[in-house]
Design a protein around this ligand. Structure first.
Ligand code: C2E
Ligand code: MG
Ligand code: MG
Ligand code: MG
Length: 286
């Protein structure tokens, strides 16, 4: 066995790696057809004003209903989409889907929610991702840019290339807002937040799930929230699962909460049932 171990140091491709690579290759091929075969759909997770408990926004989370594998997690297929270049097509599809849905809700329910969509770093560098088409689509629907917020991650802000800052500026010019997702897990630097005029900071669920009174995480949350407010940002806590966590977040001065305590990500139809009836929400006011 020792000899095997020694030899395995020179083996670049183990059977487990081979199998993982095969699954990945198959999923890549399947993903090419997923959009046209209507296997991709968008789930919506409410974002709640912590002070009032009212739903103010939602996050769009992409879902893949695979014909034989069932629901494949975006944590599994988004990296595949990024590597294969399919992310531009999926990202664009999600954006159009969300915009159409917002327009429909405005007409049918007289409600307009700001929906945030996730954009991975790969989508910023891909030139086939045409921002102008997005803005044109919103115009066609008669929607203000403020009905969309774009969620980005910290790593992106470290990238000093003009591609990134140009696109972030283009969002701002179109009236869209920006959120920094998973804050605290990456290379957090407050100077970036200021430089790019980020509107919302989303505290990663890793901090929220460990939240207990008088803990280090509580102190961290309080500090992050206070600094975000100084910089003019609103704070959204991710992964709020318990009443205790919610109450501590309120105590820490957090503005919004998102998590299973309020609702899991649901279909558009299920989300409609959570709407406050006959109430117009101004998307400009965050
Ligand atoms: P994220 O943007 O940080 O999204 C939050 C994740 O936390 C979602 O996982 C959501 O279902 C989950 N979540 C929400 N509340 C709770 C809670 O109370 N407890 C726990 N344990 N989890 C909670 P999901 O939907 O599996 O998405 C995973 C990641 O995939 C997202 O993380 C995002 O980075 C990526 N993703 C999802 N949709 C898209 C998309 O359309 N485009 C891109 N580029 N990435 C996406
Ligand atoms: Mg997100
Ligand atoms: Mg997140
Ligand atoms: Mg995440």
């Amino acid at each position: 066995a020792a000899k095997d171990l020694g030899r395995s140091r020179f083996c670049y491709f183990t059977p487990a790696m081979q199998e993982a690579a095969e699954i990945r290759l198959r999923l890549t091929n399947d993903l090419r057809h997923a959009l046209t075969d209507n296997q991709i759909w968008v789930a919506y997770q409410p974002i709640v004003d912590l002070a009032t408990g009212e739903i103010k926004k939602a996050e769009a989370l992409v879902r893949w209903q695979h014909p034989t594998r069932g629901l494949v997690s975006p944590a599994e297929f988004i990296p595949i989409a990024e590597d294969s270049g399919l992310i531009a097509e999926i990202g664009s599809w999600v954006f159009h889907q969300v915009a159409n849905q917002v327009a429909k809700w405005r007409v049918n329910h007289h409600s307009m929610f700001q929906i945030s969509i996730n954009k991975s770093p790969a989508q910023f560098h891909n030139n086939s991702d045409k921002m102008a088409d997005w803005f044109e689509h919103l115009n066609r629907l008669g929607l203000p840019g403020g009905c969309i917020a774009v969620e980005i991650t910290e790593g992106l802000l470290l990238d000093n290339s003009s591609v990134v800052s140009d696109k972030l500026l283009a969002f701002k010019d179109a009236g869209m807002q920006t959120s920094l997702d998973d804050f605290g897990t990456g290379y957090s630097s407050l100077s970036y937040l200021k430089k790019y005029h980020i509107d919302f900071l989303k505290i990663d669920q890793a901090f929220v799930s460990n939240l207990v009174a008088n803990s280090t995480d509580m102190a961290l949350c309080e500090a992050i929230i206070a600094m975000a407010h100084v910089l003019g940002m609103k704070v959204i806590a991710e992964g709020v699962e318990t009443v205790e966590q919610r109450d501590l977040l309120i105590k820490a001065g957090c503005d919004y909460g998102q998590g299973y305590l309020f609702s899991k990500p649901v279909t558009a139809e299920e989300f409609e049932k959570l709407f406050p009836v006959e109430k117009t929400e101004s998307v400009a006011s965050s």
